[in-house]
Design a protein around this ligand. Structure first.
Ligand SMILES: Nc1ncnc2c1ncn2[C@@H]1O[C@H](COP(=O)(O)OP(=O)(O)O)[C@@H](O)[C@H]1O
Ligand SMILES: [Mg+2]
Length: 231
């Protein structure tokens, strides 16, 4: 579904991603893990086309997308939920979703009922300002907004970060629904091991901008965790 080959990325002189190769299988959840500052968010932005790379290739659904900008990548079905959510706090919940709909690949005009079924709270709070929602509700809104483009591939950057447990659980169920029912491919940036184990199929661990380990989620051994994940 997505295949990244030997990507290198720099912030000015600072070499941040080193020869990263990674692939995501269709309809599966791949967890991107690693400590703070190892390059997870940078890689997510590179896949979305929000940051340039020095070299390497990205192939999506058999097509080379290396030279496509973020808008074009959204149009072919790559969705992104940024770390820290970045919803529009002065717009209502409904307006936030309508902005997602503007970018819908099939030019639909209305927020699909399915999205409200997955996130009932957003229907109840349609008229509330985004900024008035709790952190967990804002995260749900950010995921719902990304789903409004009707993605084939969804990048979620630490969706469980700083969020109350019951909403984390709901977000986990949505990830399961997306992969298992809708066959959507998910790249989940995640630092919480139980959440990754519960919802992930594969893992990649980054360490200082390189892939340090990867495999099926069941192969995530205590030794690997100790070496790359525990603080
Ligand atoms: N806009 C930026 N300009 C320069 N350096 C950055 C920028 N964003 C992140 N970095 C640096 O790149 C490295 C990787 O950051 P990031 O991708 O945010 O890591 P993670 O998401 O794994 O915590 C860090 O050393 C960080 O300080
Ligand atoms: Mg990050």
């Amino acid at each position: 579904m997505l295949k990244i080959e030997k990507i290198n990325q720099y912030y000015k002189q600072s070499h941040t991603l080193w020869d990263i190769s990674l692939s995501c299988e269709k309809g599966k959840c791949t967890c991107l893990m690693g400590r703070n500052g190892v390059g997870k968010t940078t890689l997510g932005k590179v896949i979305m086309g929000l940051l340039p790379i020095a070299n390497g290739n990205l192939v999506f659904d058999g097509k080379d997308i290396t030279k496509l900008g973020a808008h074009e990548r959204a149009r072919i079905g790559i969705g992104f939920v940024p770390q820290g959510r970045e919803i529009f706090s002065s717009l209502t919940v409904r307006e936030n979703l309508e902005i997602g709909i503007l970018a819908n690949r099939h030019k639909i005009k209305k927020v699909p009922e399915k999205i409200y079924e997955l996130f009932p709270v957003l229907k109840d709070m349609g008229g509330r300002k985004g900024g008035d929602l709790s952190g967990g509700q804002q995260q749900q809104l950010a995921i719902a907004r990304a789903m409004c483009i009707d993605p084939l591939f969804l990048i979620l950057d630490e969706p469980s970060e700083g969020i109350q447990p019951n909403i984390v659980q709901q977000i986990g169920s949505v990830i399961d629904y997306l992969t298992k029912e809708e066959n959507i491919t998910v790249l989940l940036v995640e630092q919480k091991l139980p959440f990754a184990r519960k919802h992930g199929d594969y893992f990649y661990i980054l360490e200082r901008g390189s892939v340090a380990a990867n495999g099926a989620i069941e192969e995530l051994s205590d030794q690997v965790i100790k070496q790359y994940l525990s603080v």
